[in-house]
Design a protein around this ligand. Structure first.
Ligand SMILES: C[S@@+](CC[C@H](N)C(=O)[O-])C[C@H]1O[C@@H](n2cnc3c(N)ncnc32)[C@H](O)[C@@H]1O
Length: 341
């Protein structure tokens, strides 16, 4: 059971930060993403860790922005510096974190992220896969892109398509979205007219209402990405979002990643998975929802999705990491799924 927010800070507002809070911020950043100093003070998101006890609610329930969104953004930034060829070209990945000109911090980012190749690879891959699918959807005439649980995703600000061709909706928990908007402002990244924001808590609010309120047109097809979010949501909230997308006009599509239950993984991968799961829980973003691929496919078919692709590590490596001199590749429990109406 999750409790509603109580005694929350204003979403995304930097509180007057005490030395104790500041140190705890640093520790939280370090534990979550394997970093301390590369995170500039204005990126800090974690006043204090939460116990891994869901009855207290998540950090988002408490009005605090997502720390895992910072972690995934740092991994994409590290990918820009470390990996050649890049799987994801993201010229804003460093800038949104305030790391564009910070050479010392960049060096630390490299030092900390270099050993985490498979995780870094997966986080770059899922954005690349979504953007490849988006490009195909646009060729089919889809003109709306909804980024669910957007975190610090920079696509809307490096979007190569004109506003007349693609309207972009950023949906995220209000606490994370307020923080992102501050990050955009502080890093001098302009918000184009093609972007609309819809603050929505998937557990408590209607996605449809939030989107329509931001100008989304339900009578037209849309492409959705939902990266790194499903595992944090309750199953009913996941299924409700899938139901919403499945009810949209033909050619609508969603790309998301999900995890298979760790019990079925080889010992080394399961141990790595459980270590990371413990840490995200301690910091108030527990992993709670897993899917078996066959059961998920059946669920999607029942909801009305007509075409699907479920990419496991082997296929992802064949398609995106073949013949690399640096050996970068994905492994683990994460899978990428595309489902089209
Ligand atoms: C691991 S981050 C991923 C962010 C981004 N998609 C990426 O790939 O970097 C998880 C995201 O899910 C969002 N999220 C988690 N629970 C949510 C909820 N109940 N409602 C809305 N967003 C939620 C967080 O705010 C955060 O942006």
């Amino acid at each position: 059971m999750r409790n509603p927010a109580k005694g929350a800070e204003q979403p995304g507002e930097p509180s007057g930060i005490s030395r104790r809070d500041f140190l705890q911020n640093l520790i939280a950043g370090e534990v979550l993403v394997g970093l301390i100093s590369p995170v500039p003070a204005d990126c800090q998101v974690s006043p204090e860790p939460l116990p891994s006890d869901l009855t207290r609610g998540t950090r988002l329930d408490e009005g605090r922005p997502s720390a895992t969104a910072l972690g995934t953004a740092l991994a994409r930034a590290a990918h820009q510096i470390l990996d050649r060829p890049r799987v994801l070209e993201d010229p804003l990945a460093l800038r949104i974190l305030g790391l564009e000109k910070e050479s010392d911090r960049r060096e630390q980012l490299i030092g900390r992220y270099r050993p985490q190749g498979a995780l870094r690879a997966f986080l770059a891959l899922r954005s690349r896969y979504a953007e490849d699918e988006l490009a195909r959807a646009i060729q089919r005439g889809v003109g709306q892109y909804v980024i669910l649980g957007a975190g610090l995703d920079t696509f809307p600000y490096r979007n190569p398509y004109p506003g007349s061709k693609l309207r972009v909706y950023e949906v995220d928990h209000p606490a994370t979205q307020a923080w992102k908007r501050r990050r955009l402002h502080e890093s001098g990244i302009e918000i184009p007219d093609s972007v609309a924001f819809a603050p929505v808590d998937f557990e408590k609010q209607s996605l449809g209402e939030g989107l329509v309120g931001a100008g989304f047109r339900k009578a037209e097809p849309a492409f959705f990405s939902w990266l790194g979010v499903v595992i944090y949501l309750t199953k009913p909230a996941v299924l409700e979002t899938l139901r919403f997308v499945a009810a949209l006009p033909a050619d609508s599509e969603i790309v998301f990643d999900y995890c298979v239950p760790p019990a079925g993984l080889p010992d080394d991968l399961r141990a790595a998975h459980e270590r990371l799961a413990r840490r995200t829980a301690e910091y108030g973003e527990p992993w709670i929802t897993y899917f078996e691929p066959q059961a998920l496919a059946q669920e999607l078919r029942q909801k009305g999705f007509m075409q699907m692709e479920d990419l496991d590590s082997e296929e992802a490596n064949r398609r995106y990491f073949k013949d690399r001199a640096d050996g970068l590749r994905v492994n683990g429990a994460g899978r990428l799924l595309m489902a089209r109406v």
